[in-house]
Design a protein around this ligand. Sequence first.
Ligand SMILES: [Zn+2]
Length: 199
Amino acid sequence: MQYYPESMNRLIRSLCRLPGIGEKSAERLAMHLLQAPEAEVSMLAKNIGELKKQVNICSSCFSLSDAEKCRICRDPSRNASLVCVVESPPDMAAIEKSGAFTGVYHILQGLLSPMDGIGPSDIRIAELVEKVVAGSLREIIIATATNIEGEATAAYIMNQLKPFAVKITRIASGVPMGGELKYVDQVTLKKALEARYDI
Ligand SMILES: [Zn+2]
């Protein structure tokens, strides 16, 4: 690193902090940026700068949004009484790409994981219960991953919602055991949603 100017070293150190980027990759990216057209580099810098300023959390589903409510929650053609519960925005994006779902989402922003010290109050379970208490929901589809954390979270939610008159379904087994939703292909995801079952 001592072979480069300090501004280059600073960039390499920043890039190294990104997931999946080691020092070699960071060095390659920095070299690429140095040689790329000025406009392309400025656009990248601008997009990174605006990300934190403009991306908010939707006040209704807790997905990412550039307004108080996200595009899906604002869409009057979506069925607001059908709620699909997922771990994170990429899981929501995967289901959206499958085109099989016309309801709205509830993003938990994590899964229960006692080993990592993540309990019910660390994710958006209370907010989901509040929505059910408020009344107008017809069905909740729990579409968390089929790994240990996903199943534990699904079981916990089911227990919390048991006292209420709302239909609760679980995404079907087209999702491979241990599978994370965002890596499941669109056809499988579509089938898993269609074949959801009562719990
Ligand atoms: Zn939303």
